[in-house]
Design a protein around this ligand. Structure first.
Ligand code: F6P
Length: 353
C-alpha cells in the first residue's frame, strides 16, 4: 500500500562504473515511487550533471529491463568537486552544486559510488544537503560495509579467466600470471585467486619476496607440477610505470628458466551483466536508501554488516579505505592448502625423487 510521502530524490552515479549500479537505481526508483509516491530525478554523469543541471525524470515504466544491465544508465564521471582549493575566478563547484540542488527542489541526493564519491557526499552533507550514499565498486574497498556490489561479479569474471588459464598453462607447461584490479586493495585477487586455485596470490597488503616467489615456483616444478598460476593485484609494490603483472613476469624470467605469459584482465572485470548476488545486494541497498529518506535519516551510507542491511554516518566513512586485514581468515586457510602469498614458503611439498 502506498504510504504517500512527498519527496523529490535526485540520484547520481559517480566514479568508475561496475555491475549492479542499474539494479541499485531501479531499487531506489521503484521503492520511492511505488512504496511512497516520491518523485525521482536522474542526474547525468556523476557530480558533473549537478554542476551542469543535466536531469531526466525517472518514471517507474522507463526503468523496466535495467536490472540485468551492466554500466549505469545515468552515466558516470570521476569529477571531484572538492578536489582542491578554489582559485580566484574559478568555478566554485561545491557552491554551484548547492545552488542547483535547492533550485531543483531536491529533498535528498542519493550518491552511488566508491570512496571518492562517498568523500564528496560526506562533504556535501557537511554543507547542509540531505545526502544518502550507496557504496559500489568492484574493488570492495569502501570502508564501513562488509561488501560492495560489483565485487561479486568481478570475482566471477576473474575466476572464470583463471579457470581458462589453467588449461592452457597445463598444455604448454607455463607460468601464467594474471593481473586483476583492486586499486590499493587485494580483495579481487584474494577471492578470485582462491576460487580459481591460484598457486601464488600477491596482494598489496602482504609484502612479497621475489626470492620466495621464484623458490616456490621452482619447488613446484621439482615436485612434478610443471605449470603454475600467479594471481597479481594491480596495487602490489613494484617500480613506477611498470604494470604489476609485467613486473612479476620479469622477476620470474630473470631468475628461472620457465616460459611465462601475462594476462591483464582490465576493464572486462567492470563490464557486463551483474551476478545474481550483486543484483540482490544492489536492490537491498537501493530500497534501504529510500527507507532512510522516508525517515529523514540523512548523512548516511547504506551498508551491510553480518548480512544485515543498515547504515553508517558518511562522516565515519570519509577518507578511509577498506583493505584486506592481516588476520583475514581466508588468507590463513589458503596457506594451509599450500597457497603462497609471496611472504613465506608454504610449509609442505616434500620433493619426490
Ligand atoms: O573501479 C575501480 C577501478 O577499476 C580500479 O581497480 C582501477 O584501478 C580503476 O578503477 C581504473 O579505472 P579508470 O580508468 O576508470 O579510472
Amino acid at each position: 500500500m502506498l504510504k504517500k510521502i512527498d519527496k523529490r530524490i535526485g540520484i547520481l552515479t559517480a566514479g568508475g562504473d561496475c555491475p549492479g549500479i542499474n539494479a541499485a537505481i531501479r531499487g531506489v526508483a521503484k521503492s520511492a515511487i511505488l512504496e511512497y509516491g516520491m518523485s525521482v530525478t536522474g542526474i547525468s554523469n556523476g557530480y558533473t550533471g549537478l554542476i551542469n543541471k543535466e536531469y531526466t525524470e525517472i518514471e517507474e515504466n522507463n526503468i523496466s529491463g535495467i536490472l540485468t544491465l551492466g554500466g549505469t544508465i545515468l552515466g558516470a564521471s570521476r569529477e571531484k568537486p572538492f578536489k582542491r582549493r578554489i582559485l580566484q575566478n574559478e568555478i566554485n563547484e561545491p557552491k554551484l552544486i548547492k545552488e542547483h540542488y535547492y533550485q531543483a527542489k531536491f529533498d535528498c541526493l542519493v550518491c552511488i559510488g566508491g570512496n571518492g564519491t562517498m568523500r564528496t557526499a560526506s562533504l556535501l552533507a557537511e554543507e547542509g544537503l540531505n545526502i544518502i550514499g550507496i557504496p559500489k565498486t568492484i574493488d570492495n574497498d569502501v570502508w564501513g560495509t562488509d561488501v560492495t556490489f560489483g565485487f561479486n561479479s568481478a570475482v566471477n569474471i576473474a575466476t572464470e579467466a583463471i579457470d581458462r588459464l589453467h588449461t592452457t598453462a597445463n598444455s604448454h607447461k607455463r607460468i601464467m600470471i594474471i593481473e586483476v584490479m583492486g586499486h590499493h586493495a587485494g580483495w579481487i585477487a584474494l577471492y578470485s585467486g582462491i576460487a580459481g586455485g591460484g598457486d601464488i596470490i600477491l596482494i598489496p597488503e602482504i609484502s612479497y619476496s621475489e626470492k620466495i616467489i621464484c623458490n616456490y615456483l621452482e619447488h613446484r616444478a621439482l615436485n612434478k607440477k610443471p605449470y603454475s598460476i600467479v594471481v597479481v593485484a594491480e596495487g602490489i609494490t613494484k617500480p613506477k610505470k611498470v604494470k604489476a603483472g609485467d613486473y612479476i613476469a620479469k622477476v620470474i624470467s630473470d631468475n628461472l628458466d620457465f616460459e611465462t605469459r601475462v594476462t591483464v584482465l582490465g576493464y572486462i572485470q567492470r563490464g557486463g551483466t551483474p551476478s545474481p548476488t550483486d543484483r540482490i545486494l544492489a536492490t537491498r541497498y537501493g530500497t534501504h536508501a529510500v527507507e532512510l529518506i522516508a525517515n529523514e535519516k540523512y548523512g548516511q551510507m547504506v551498508c551491510i554488516i553480518n548480512n544485515n542491511i543498515t547504515s553508517i554516518p558518511l562522516s565515519e566513512v570519509q577518507d578511509k579505505t577498506r583493505i584486506v586485514p592481516a588476520n583475514n581468515s581466508l588468507i590463513s586457510k589458503a596457506r594451509t592448502i599450500g597457497t603462497c602469498f609471496g611472504d613465506q614458503m608454504p610449509g609442505i611439498i616434500p620433493v619426490k625423487k
